[in-house]
Design a protein around this ligand. Structure first.
Ligand code: AMP
Length: 182
């Protein structure tokens, strides 16, 4: 069933080709399935790669970006729906509201901030949407180790680790997405 898939990922223009290829592969898979990509509307880094690939494969793109970031992240004007917000918080709120599933690709602080928010909101039952993390070549292993450290020291519950799924390849992540959106 065509669904709205939020993709959180890095905006860095210096990310290696392997990361850009992951974003392109995910975007292509979304487009081929007729999904709508919900993302931060940038043209740079993995963000641009996932959006262009979604479009090239026939999918739709909803972009949400704060007005003040228009030039920083160079807004992808080809979005089928483009929403300008006043703040980052509004951006995240709209992205969260308009999505059925959250997919997290490699990224930096912004990506991590978005991931942590959707995980904590799921713990607190503000939503129960699936959260799929792409972890090719162990990119997110240090973060997962940190999460386990929280559990070990009882700052988090073991069941909190069930709030998200970690997939080690694009194919595995897309296979899971297919199950979810069947
Ligand atoms: P990064 O992973 O740092 O490259 O950031 C990825 C995306 O997250 C970019 O579109 C950033 O503008 C966005 N971002 C950074 N900080 C925040 C934040 N506090 N709230 C929402 N989005 C953010």
């Amino acid at each position: 069933m065509p669904s709205n898939i939020a993709v959180y990922c890095g905006s860095s223009t210096r990310a290696g080709q392997a990361f850009l290829d992951q974003a392109t592969a995910v975007g292509k898979a979304l487009g081929q399935r007729g999904h709508t990509l919900v993302y931060g509307a940038g043209t740079i880094g993995l963000m641009g790669a996932v959006a262009r690939a979604t479009h090239a494969a026939g999918g739709k793109v909803l972009g949400v970006i704060p007005k003040s970031m228009d030039h920083v992240e160079i807004t992808y004007q080809q979005c089928d729906e483009l929403i300008f917000t006043d703040t980052m918080r509004q951006r995240k709120h709209i992205m969260d509201e308009r999505s059925d599933v959250f997919v997290v690709l490699p990224g930096g602080f912004g990506t991590l901030e978005e991931l942590i928010e959707v995980i904590t909101h799921r713990h607190l039952s503000f939503h129960d949407k699936p959260i799929l993390i792409l972890n090719v070549d162990g990119f997110y292993d240090p973060m997962i180790t940190l999460f386990e450290h929280f559990v070990e020291h009882q700052f988090a519950k073991a069941k909190h680790m069930n709030a998200f799924e970690v997939h080690n390849s694009v194919d595995a992540l897309i296979a899971r997405l297919d199950e979810i959106t069947r």
